[in-house]
Design a protein around this ligand. Structure first.
Ligand code: SF4
Ligand code: SF4
Length: 265
């Protein structure tokens, strides 16, 4: 009890520190989850963030664009982002979209001054999300002794030295006889190796000739004999993802049959 009273007294006697917001902007920690910022140039419209969002509050529209390849190559298709919007009235700031983005297009910004009088105005489009990218703080410095990023360590690493043959030992006149013997042994080994290679080549040629004379009952198992793949289906030019509740109903589809004992009745 005395300990608790001591804590109370300490707080009573300490000078209060009131943050003078909005005159003085609070100095928030770098990891504050204020708002989600979008770097549009990094977004490849993979739709991962929208699929993983548990609240379905990310709206993405895109279309495909075909670019002529330089120097007569195959034309390339790429996704062009038309719309990227986040409904912050639904967002629960879990950060899953930022975690799953494989192209570093989404970031947390400590910016928090985007309150609105109408909840419908909390749906922010990519232009506004892009403006918040300027408020994203730089990543904090690594701890002392931490492993440096691979990008930095790869750039500063010296190029691997070329492997060179070890210098030949200098031999005196006394070793002349042994050198001549070694040379004779090497020549004999090379001759034997050449003979073995020639024999193997002849055997391979004979085998190939026999295979060619064989009747055509056995189909050759080459790449041509494999079943051909179906050509890919034509891709749709328009892609979009939005909450399931706002998807248009398929009026022509038959009513779904219920599973389980109730549906069988
Ligand atoms: S923070 Fe969570 S709820 Fe908000 S948009 Fe990202 S995934 Fe969805
Ligand atoms: S996960 Fe990243 S790259 Fe993919 S659509 Fe979302 S923001 Fe764009």
């Amino acid at each position: 009890m005395a300990k608790g009273l001591a804590v109370t007294m300490r707080h009573m006697l300490r000078k209060s520190e009131t943050q003078q917001y909005p005159e003085v902007h609070p100095d928030l920690p770098a990891r504050s989850r204020g708002v989600i910022a979008l770097v549009e140039e990094n977004c490849t419209v993979c739709m991962l963030c929208a699929r993983e969002c548990p609240d379905w509050c990310i709206y993405i529209d895109s279309h495909k664009e075909t670019l002529p390849a330089p120097e007569g190559g195959r034309p390339r298709a790429r996704n062009v982002l038309d719309r990227f919007a986040i409904d912050f009235s639904l967002c629960m700031y879990c950060g899953i979209c930022i975690e799953v983005c494989p192209f570093d297009a989404l970031f947390w910004s400590p910016e928090f001054e985007y309150a609105e009088y109408d909840i419908r105005d909390l749906l922010h489009e990519k232009d506004r999300l892009g403006e918040w990218a300027a408020t994203v703080p730089p990543p904090p410095a690594h701890e002392v002794g931490a492993e440096s990023p691979k990008e930095l360590s790869a750039g500063s690493r010296p190029a691997p030295a070329r492997r060179t043959a070890p210098p030949a030992p200098v031999k005196g006149p006394a070793e002349g006889a042994s050198v001549a013997q070694e040379a004779a042994q090497e020549a004999a080994q090379e001759t034997a190796r050449d003979t073995a290679q020639e024999t193997a080549r002849e055997a391979a040629r004979e085998t190939a000739g026999e295979a060619a004379r064989r009747p055509a009952a056995e189909p050759a198992k080459g790449p041509e004999s494999r079943p051909r793949r179906e050509p890919p289906r034509a891709m749709r030019d328009i892609r979009s993802i939005r909450p399931p509740g706002s998807l248009p109903r398929n009026a022509g589809s038959p009513p779904q049959k219920k599973d389980g004992p109730e549906g069988e009745r």
